[in-house]
Design a protein around this ligand. Structure first.
Ligand SMILES: [Zn+2]
Length: 233
């Protein structure tokens, strides 16, 4: 029963995340318009067009009204979050599962928004920061977290001073929030891994701007799991 519930909650959050990504990329508000609509024919969607996972499968990935193809990204995100929530619930104790759920949500949001418009939404670092405070209650270690946070912030400010444009303020907020959550030495691993991957990505894509966000969240999420599993700290 709880397994099914976690799966459904994951699918609902996946559906919500799709709205955030679409509206974030298009520069629309989350609240306005209040109802979802088809990006092509602008028809307001009925509740039965909006059931996570199921509607996409029933409509075979097309709009009911104009027949335009709906990006498979919608289904992909709903499936990842529902299976993600389910696996977190099976493999970890409750508060840890909650932290992992929020990290997975943030990671997907940052991947799809940052790669598209080179911007990290503010809610991302706020959620990671809150997860960090919850983790303090669970695992303590407050001083080392502050230390990790301060050192990483100092390094990033120096880099920002030297290179200016290649490091956005969103990257700094997200990386320091993850440093507080991960503490030492994981915060350093996260910083090194995400910097290397971000620079490699920019070289391969021949991009002048380096999208660090996806690599910060992805490495932060994976390091947090490894930490829980193997007590790296
Ligand atoms: Zn349509």
């Amino acid at each position: 029963m709880w397994y099914i519930l976690n799966f459904i909650i994951g699918a609902i959050f996946g559906s919500f995340l799709n709205v955030i990504i679409y509206r974030g990329v298009e520069g629309l508000s989350i609240k306005n318009p209040p109802r979802s609509f088809c990006p092509n024919c602008k028809t307001r969607l009925k509740w039965y067009d909006n059931i996570p996972i199921l509607s996409f499968l029933i409509l075979k990935g097309k709009c009911r009204y104009c027949g335009t193809k709906i990006s498979p990204r919608y289904l992909f995100i709903e499936l990842i979050l529902s299976f993600g929530f389910l696996i977190h619930y099976i493999a970890f104790a409750f508060p840890i599962a909650l932290i992992l759920d929020s990290l997975l949500f943030v990671t997907l949001a940052v991947i799809f928004i940052d790669l598209k418009i080179m911007m990290i939404p503010d809610f991302a670092w706020i959620v990671v920061g809150l997860a960090g405070f919850l983790d303090v209650f669970l695992n303590g270690d407050f001083l080392f977290r502050i230390l990790a946070f301060s050192i990483v912030l100092l390094v990033l400010l120096i880099l920002k001073f030297l290179y200016r444009d290649s490091l956005g303020s969103g990257d700094i907020f997200l990386m320091t929030a993850f440093s507080f959550l991960l503490s030492l030495p994981l915060a350093f691993y996260m910083m090194i891994i995400s910097s290397v991957l971000g620079i490699l990505f920019a070289i391969v894509k021949r991009s002048k701007i380096i999208p660090f966000g996806p690599f910060i969240s992805l490495s932060g999420y994976i390091l947090y799991i490894l930490n829980v599993l193997y007590f790296l700290k």
